[in-house]
Design a protein around this ligand. Structure first.
Ligand code: GLU
Length: 863
């Protein structure tokens, strides 16, 4: 009995499905599909699966590459079924895919596809690509939502024609007029697109393969149908993978759909999984077919897990021309069809025919911010618009193309200036400058036309509180006699109540422009400047200590005691040059690079002297270097440090631009100093308020006048007038914007264009051009100033340390030579060491520079 049981278990083990189940893949030239297939197998094997069933399933892949070669595909498919596989994925090409599918049907092997296919049934397989009928329902629903009565369809092949056939005959007795245009074989599709344009179709559906979609869109833009007059629907599910930036500012109302939502958490989790290594910079670059290849493997793993759990069986080696079939293929297909998993392409569910059902598509719209999701489409539900992003009705009022604007400018450098040209210029050509360039760049983006008009009195706009009237450029805009105003026009709360501003294009604050202060004369004691007081004190202490030490060592060292009269062989006295008077003189001589006529001869005295000389060398050089720098850069005297200092003095006159936002700042400020300044400026209005920046700068240069002006203008002036500069920091923070009538319909478009110019760096480039490069920019590049600072003790302490080491070394030598001399004398005169040391020390204490030489007879007498 037991034997029977063991045999049965062994047979079932042999006959059971293998631990690693092989899945075949046949691929065309698209590398990414094959890559996604392999990544998905890796994910299953690592238990990163879309379904819990598939946990623990292990897959191996048998992949082959064909290149649409029908003969090769027959050979490859036969080879795969021959190698015991449980399913085949691919290929994408229609002809070869049909061959593989019919072979799979014959041999009862599940066939898994992820390609556009118009067949109405899969006998033994599944297709993850939404069925064309479903897709045409999506576009059909969109057309109904958009209420298109007349539209053109651009298609590129017979598949496209099948896809769009439903769109050509909308049901329900709708009175529509739709016309299909064949794009031709390419690469030039312009002729067909032009025909659409001439036929006056404003609603266009573009249905073409992803391979040519990019050039079709480009040529459509060239022909002019990607503009705000047109509404376009693109049927490709891969629209989001294209670079759409060139069209996002064209104003075209372009709608598309997508199956993959790069923002969905599951897509992000799978794409960002490190172990899967997708190598994709952005989720929106993932095309539909690779994503479906990934999902196909996940589905296969999940279906296989169910098969394995419910039946016992094994894989079979099959032959294309044989009669044997696998026998489990239809069961596995059925398990896969009954699975429901959440993959890269959303919810995956199948109908009985093996096609996707109940899937969801995102509806996307191309606008200034790029491709944005505006709604969803679901089987059985239809379109649901996102309330925030509902596609706007095309409103020709808001359209900027072909619009003409009267733009107010001022002749204020560098915002608007008369062009310096030898030829006669007319119209807009008469002007150049930062603001002129900004308008030009914006018109390139938005497509409007414009005429510049100079504000003759240079008044930007302020409110007359008694009459309630605005003057200047803003007055013109409010009265409706001008559309836009651009210059160094500051956005203020008061102005914002009367007009609308675009997003700011420049940030700034108020500061003071004043002439550069004169240099301070050097004081009589400025030669002491290079060193701080503590260095001078340390230097004096070092001098005194070294003098004293040299004096003592000079006495201790026997070799310094020399015969003053060399012709007397046996002198009675010896002398040392290190006397109380000469030693300090010798030490200071070294410090001041003088000479004293004697030099040390003993090792200890020389060691001390050398370390002192070295110390002097470094200290002297440091002093000279710092003094030279101090003389070259003289410090300056500022008559005031910041704007508010002006309020409390009488000597310097100050003012701002008449009717400008700077003057308003002082008027509205609650700061006491600024109120004083405002009263002063109003009391002396004729004398201190100016109309044009140039007048203010001239006043600064010629008079004792401080000009309260915006930092952007100071930057510009500083580059060109070298004798003026900014004093103090910024008093506030504000910005410049383009003014237009309140609630103008195009204000968001203008703001969008300004933001775009900022993001592209164009505003920065223009700023560099007009501030630094044109009309004498960079004239007064500030030289790098060497700020001389007195050296403190830490800066030179290393040199002191070296000298102290020299002192210690000299003491060692001095002690050693002194004791050696004592030993020699004690031996020679036969006295004890102790007596000799006491005698020598007593002599030292006398500080005498003359030493009596001991005679032998003195010694005998002593004895
Ligand atoms: N930007 C100022 C304005 O918009 C003009 C210059 C000034 O007041 O300093 O009024």
């Amino acid at each position: 009995m037991l034997l029977l049981y063991i045999t049965a278990a062994f047979i079932s083990l042999i006959l059971g499905f293998p631990r690693r189940i092989p899945i075949g893949g046949i691929f065309d030239s698209d590398e990414m599909i094959q890559r996604a297939f392999k990544i998905s197998i890796k994910a299953v094997n690592k238990n990163i699966t879309a379904s819990e069933n598939a946990m623990g399933v292990l897959l191996t892949s048998r992949t082959e590459k064909i290149n649409k070669n029908a003969f090769r595909v027959a050979k490859i498919a036969c080879k795969l079924v021959n190698s015991r596989i449980a399913g085949i994925f691919g290929p994408q090409d229609k002809l070869t895919a049909n061959y593989v599918q019919s072979m799979c049907d014959t041999l009862d092997i599940p066939y898994i596809a992820a390609r556009w296919d118009s067949k109405s049934k899969h006998s033994n397989g599944i297709n993850l690509y939404p069925h064309p009928n479903m897709l045409s329902t999506v576009f059909h629903d969109l057309i109904k939502e958009y209420k298109w009565q007349k539209y053109a369809i651009l298609y590129d092949n017979t598949d496209g024609l099948i896809r769009i056939s439903r769109l050509l005959k909308l049901p329900g007795g709708c009175t529509i007029s739709a016309m299909a245009f064949h794009l031709g074989s390419g690469p030039n599709f312009r002729q067909t697109i032009k025909e659409v344009k001439i036929s006056d179709y404003r609603n266009i559906i573009i249905d073409c393969s992803h391979d040519i979609l990019s050039s079709v869109l480009k040529q459509a833009q060239q022909v002019g149908i990607l503009s705000e007059k047109y509404r376009v629907i693109v049927t490709s599910l891969d629209l989001q993978t294209l670079d759409l930036e060139p069209y996002q500012y064209s104003g075209v109302n372009l709608t598309g759909v997508r199956l993959i939502n790069p923002q969905s958490p599951i897509v992000q989790r799978i794409l960002q999984s490190r172990s899967l290594n997708w190598n994709l910079t952005n989720g929106s670059h993932l095309k539909v077919e690779p994503a479906l290849a990934y999902d196909a493997v996940q589905l296969f793993a999940s279906g296989y897990a169910r098969l394995r759990d419910s039946v016992e069986g094994n894989l079979k080696k099959l032959f294309c021309n044989g009669t044997e079939v696998w026998g489990h293929g239809s069961s596995l297909s059925n398990y896969m069809r009954n699975e429901q998993i959440n993959g890269l392409s959303g919810m995956i569910k199948f109908d009985t025919a093996g096609f996707r059902t109940e899937f969801q598509l995102d509806i996307v719209h191309l606008g200034y911010q790029g491709l944005r999701k505006i709604g969803t489409w679901e089987t059985n539900v239809g379109i649901q618009w996102d309330p925030r992003h509902r596609i706007p009705e095309v409103n020709d009022e808001k359209s900027l193309r072909d619009k003409h604007f009267l733009v107010m400018i001022s002749l204020t450098e560098p915002y608007g200036m008369l062009k310096q040209s030898i030829s006669i210029t007319v119209g807009n050509d008469r002007y150049e400058g930062f603001a002129i360039d900004i308008i030009q760049e914006m018109s390139k983006i938005l497509g409007f036309n414009y005429t510049f008009e100079v504000q003759a009195d240079n008044v930007y706009g302020s409110l007359n509180k008694t009459t309630g009237q605005w003057n200047g450029m803003l007055g013109r805009i409010i009265a409706g006699t001008a559309d836009l105003a651009i210059t160094d026009l500051t956005i203020t709360a008061e102005r914002q109540n009367a007009v609308d501003f675009t997003s700011p294009f420049m940030n700034l604050g108020i500061s003071v422009l004043y002439r550069k202060p004169t240099a301070v004369r050097l004081s009589l004691l400025s030669f002491l400047g290079p060193f701080s007081v503590d260095v001078w004190v340390h230097l004096i202490v070092a001098y005194i200590v070294v003098s004293m030490l040299l004096f003592v060592i000079g006495k201790l060292c026997p070799t310094e005691w020399t015969n003053p009269y060399p012709c007397i062989r046996e002198p009675e006295v010896l002398e040392t040059p290190f006397t109380l008077m000469d030693t300090p003189f010798f030490v200071i001589g070294a410090l001041l690079k003088g000479s004293t006529g004697f030099a040390p001869v003993g090792i200890s005295t020389r060691t001390l002297t050398v370390s002192w000389w070295f110390f002097n060398l470094i200290i002297g050089s440091t002093y000279v270097a710092n003094l030279a720098a101090a003389l070259a850069t003289k410090s300056v005297a500022w008559p005031f440090q910041k704007a508010e200092n002006l309020a409390y003095q009488q000597k310097i006159k100050y003012g701002a631009k008449k009717n400008g936002s700077t003057l308003s700042f002082f008027k509205d400020s609650s700061h006491e100093a600024y109120n004083i300044m405002y009263s002063y400026m109003m009391d002396h209005a004729d004398e201190v308020l100016i109309e044009k920046i140039e007048d203010g700068v001239r006043k600064v240069q010629q008079e004792n006048y401080a000009y309260l002006i915006e930092s952007t203008s100071i930057e510009y002036i500083k580059q060109r007038k070298c004798n003026v500069t900014q004093v103090g920091g910024l008093l506030d923070a504000k910005s410049y914007g383009i003014a237009m009538k309140k609630d103008a319909p195009y204000r968001t478009d203008f703001s969008g264009a300004i933001l775009k110019l900022q993001e592209n760096g164009i505003i920065n480039e223009l700023q560099y051009k007009w501030w630094k490069q044109k009309r004498g920019g960079n004239e007064c590049e500030e030289k790098i100033k060497v700020q001389v600072k007195a050296l403190n003790f830490e800066d030179v302490s290393g040199v002191f340390l070296i000298m102290i080491s020299g002192v210690m070394l000299s003491w060692l030598f001095a002690g050693w030579s002194f004791l050696w001399n004592v030993r020699n004398l004690a031996t020679r005169y036969k006295v004890s060491y102790k007596d000799q040391i006491v005698e020598e020390l007593k002599f030292l204490a006398k500080c005498s520079s003359k030493k009596m030489v001991k005679k032998k007879r003195d010694i005998s007498r002593d004895d």
